[in-house]
Design a protein around this ligand. Structure first.
Ligand code: FMN
Ligand code: FE2
Ligand code: FE2
Length: 400
């Protein structure tokens, strides 16, 4: 049975939620599910903005059919060819063969790559600033390359002043009947998932995200309709400012994230002691065991906090595997503007910090503290001073 939500009399949300998916894109845990958004505009011409993942195809097609109410589908705008938004495109075209695909040259090429259909000649190909007249408005298209893929574009509706923003402004988490962010307690229930979504999916491309934010800033925007998560009709400045922070790799909070990798618990013990001492000195901390917490969550928190401490056991003459994975993930997401402290453990040749430093030092504007701690299997009373020195170095770098 269809489950649509009206945005205006002639604009509907026709997407759906998936709460059964274990790993989004194979790497990101989605314990609260995810929504695949699609919107249908019923102007003199009918326009569908994107399709959905195959997991929710059934209700999506029921939604489209219901909202069209017997009218033909004239256009489907493809903002992003990633299969979470395009896997049901060919089925849509077989149900609505008269629909013209609207996309840019890169989109049309990618459609050919993913599917055995060639739209050359039959698609409506647009570039930056081009428009599509749907009867009572001219939809305008703006390119947003690398917010998340190279072919990404967004649409501006000048009548309702809406940006259909593709993956930008998305969030993890099913939207549970609420469609507008103001219908939920976004700050309490979704901000962390929104940060985790942005930082993991788009985080590497801060400059490209800024380019899009700048394009949007000169338009008169009253609503943002993304491809995942809530529609924004209130407090647009709030969510735009959050994205500006993340896109510029500016910490949201002064405090220390401590991520540790420990086989037998001794590195963990050191991390606990460091954290306790920081708290005693009035510094806020958040701790993660890299073997337990999904890397996507720790990465997201690294974008949030100003200071990062990584503590690792040495493993096969290198870094503990989960810690290495996390650090490479952080590096490949271009994290910048952070102060980092590194500590290590090892029973014969402790060497983890050397390699941790190698991964993190190429990052822009990252200060790696000279102070470090090496323990041999377990922390000893004789090393209390090393711990004090390390903690003081972290505290001083925060006070600076
Ligand atoms: C598979 C494996 C490989 C290891 N490789 C090294 C190594 O190359 N060099 C070293 O000094 N210690 C190595 N260790 C030992 C641990 O780093 C060491 O015991 C450390 O104390 C573990 O800290 P933990 O109690 O936090 O797990 C290895 C341990 C395991 C299980
Ligand atoms: Fe995407
Ligand atoms: Fe997506």
């Amino acid at each position: 049975m269809y489950c649509v939500r009206k945005i205006y009399d002639d604009l509907y949300f026709v997407g759906a939620n998936d709460r059964r998916l274990a790993m989004f894109e194979g790497v990101f845990s989605v314990p609260k599910g995810v929504s695949y958004n699609s919107y249908l505009l019923l102007d003199k011409k009918t326009v569908l903005f994107d399709t959905v993942d195959k997991a929710v195809g059934r209700v999506f097609f029921e939604n489209v059919e219901h909202a069209l109410n017997g009218r033909p589908l004239d256009y489907v705008v493809v903002h992003h060819m990633e299969p979470d938004h395009s896997a049901t495109l060919t089925e849509l075209l077989s149900r609505y063969p008269e629909a013209k695909v609207v996309g840019n040259a890169k989109t049309v090429n990618m459609i050919k790559q993913f599917f055995d259909i060639d739209l050359t000649g039959s698609a409506y190909i647009v570039k930056e600033g081009d428009t599509l007249d749907t009867g009572s408005r001219k939809l305008a298209f703006y390119m947003a390359p690398m917010v998340h893929w190279p072919e990404v574009m967004v649409t501006y509706d000048p009548v309702y002043k809406i940006i259909f923003s593709a993956d930008a402004f998305g969030t993890f988490g099913a939207i549970n009947g609420a469609l507008f962010a103001d219908e939920a307690d976004f700050d309490r229930d979704y901000l962390d998932e929104c940060r985790r979504y942005y930082t993991n999916i788009v985080g590497k491309y801060g400059q490209q995200t800024l380019n899009l934010l700048n394009k949007i800033s000169v338009l008169d925007v009253e609503m943002i309709c993304p491809l995942h998560g809530f529609v924004w009709r209130k407090n647009l400045d709030y969510i735009i400012e959050k994205h500006r922070k993340w896109a510029t790799y500016t910490p949201e909070e002064t405090g220390v994230l401590i991520a540790y990798a420990s086989v037998y618990g001794n590195t963990e013990n050191l991390a606990e002691i460091i954290s306790a001492k920081l708290n005693e000195k009035g510094i806020k901390t958040k701790m993660f065991d890299v073997s337990v917490t999904d890397a996507s969550e720790i990465l997201s928190e690294c974008f949030r906090f100003s200071h990062l401490v990584f503590a690792s056991a040495t493993y096969n003459a290198g870094i503990f595997i989960k810690m290495e994975e996390l650090l490479r993930d952080i590096a490949s997401h271009n994290l910048q503007n952070r102060t980092v402290g590194l500590v290590q453990n090892g029973s014969w040749v402790p060497i983890a910090t050397k390699y941790m430093k190698e991964i993190l030092s190429p990052l822009k504007n990252i200060t790696i503290l000279e102070e470090t701690i090496t323990i041999n299997s377990s922390l000893k009373e004789t090393q209390r001073e090393d711990v004090e020195n390390f903690v003081n170095a972290v505290v001083n770098s925060i006070k600076k």
